[in-house]
Ligand binder design. Structure first.
Ligand code: DP6
Length: 366
């Protein structure tokens, strides 16, 4: 049976919330993540066309506080403060998100929500804020379920439902509820992997691949001219769609082996191939476009040169934007920071880069 149906059946039990008085609160801090094998293309309700793999970041996160009281009217009631200001655009997005998940978490219509959310990073820094924000919110919802109904007692079931609900908010958010690496999307190489939720990937990782740094080099903080949702849509009739999905599966297999065996060369080859393939798909879609700029290319060339000349592990990846993520091993941190400061920051907007690394996953704050 599809997981979706299991959650729907179990939700029968969640339909009758007992009336309570006063306001209760729950809060989660949840990280953004950086994909090494990319999710690009979806089907049906937010199901991925190929498996993806990412790691959780540490310093780039959202903090979400959900205050809730009993709502007699049985409708969806949400007020949202983003960075202390009422934000109607986000409020509407959350309302339609709540409508979409009501079958799995029906008691949300018995509640009136006042949500306060903020990010640790600037809004347009090119960091996937939907991943951190939607996962923080989903974690709050499953915490309310646990608190009010005594369900989801085991950690595994708790985080799986959080990942399932996060995915329905934003695909990449499914991967943000775990520490270190996670995999979303069915793959023959990852047992228990699923299209409907992400799972933690903890086995078979060489210790040097558990301490990765991610220096995010900001070449532009302007908002994107084509959103990720539009980009995903353009994959529907994309001439390279089938070969892309095959490539992603193969890249995941190679990456898993590289991480297990400390094979730096394969890791570099795979993640750089994924980054450039993602942007090549944008360029080769109908009405093709590019989100990259001159500085993106300068940084990429300089990372390649640095790696060759210094024989040091340093690889780039890109999200759906022009900012470059430089992935390195923390044992090489001093050398890398010196390289960034001396060579790369001249290509960054206001010399700006964000010093991040692999993180411990979400944290309950209230
Ligand atoms: C390039 O998760 O932002 O970052 O599901 O429409 O919310 P929606 O898209 P989103 O897409 C992320 C795409 C990506 C690659 C990745 O994170 O795997």
């Amino acid at each position: 049976m599809k997981l979706e149906n299991t959650y729907r059946e179990k939700a029968e039990y969640l339909k009758n919330l007992k009336r309570f008085v006063g306001v209760q609160s729950v809060g989660w801090k949840s990280p953004s993540n950086i994909a090494l094998v990319k999710y690009w293309g979806k089907r049906e309700v937010q199901l991925p066309q190929n498996p993806s793999m990412s790691f959780a970041l540490r310093n780039s996160f959202s903090e979400t506080l959900v205050n809730y009281s009993f709502n007699e009217n049985l409708d969806i009631k949400v007020e949202l403060l983003f960075e202390n200001k009422r934000n109607e655009a986000f409020e509407n997005r959350i309302k339609s998100y709540f409508e979409g998940i009501i079958d799995f978490i029906p008691f949300i219509k018995n509640l009136a929500f006042k949500i306060e959310s903020s990010n640790s990073f600037p809004h347009s820094a090119g960091i996937a804020s939907s991943a951190s924000a939607m996962s923080a919110l989903a974690l709050c919802l499953v915490s309310i379920e646990r608190e009010m109904f005594g369900t989801l007692y085991e950690e595994k079931t708790f985080f799986e439902k959080a990942s399932f609900l996060s995915r329905l908010g934003s695909g990449s958010a499914a991967r943000s509820v775990y520490e270190n690496y996670s995999v979303w999307g069915q793959s023959a190489f990852v047992s228990e992997s699923s299209d409907e939720l992400a799972i933690a990937y903890n086995n078979n990782i060489h210790s040097e691949f558990l301490g990765l740094g991610d220096a995010i080099l900001i070449t532009s903080s302007k908002s994107k001219k084509v959103s990720s949702s539009m980009g995903h849509n353009l994959m529907i009739d994309h001439p390279y769609a089938d070969s892309r999905y095959k490539q992603a599966n193969e890249n995941l297999e190679k990456l898993l082996k590289a991480i297990a065996s400390n094979d730096e060369q394969t890791f570099v080859d795979v993640i750089e191939n994924e980054a450039l393939s993602l942007h090549a798909l944008m360029m080769s879609s109908s009405n093709g476009y590019s989100l990259l700029n001159q500085n993106t290319w300068e940084i990429i060339q300089k990372i390649k040169k640095f790696r060759k000349e210094n024989n040091t592990f340093a690889a780039f990846t890109l999200d759906a934007g022009p900012n470059v993520h430089l992935i390195y091993k923390l044992k090489d941190r001093n050398k890398i920071v010196e390289f960034i400061e001396l060579v790369l920051t001249e290509h960054c907007e206001n010399n700006k880069w964000i010093d991040d690394k692999m993180g411990h996953g979400p944290e309950k704050i209230v």
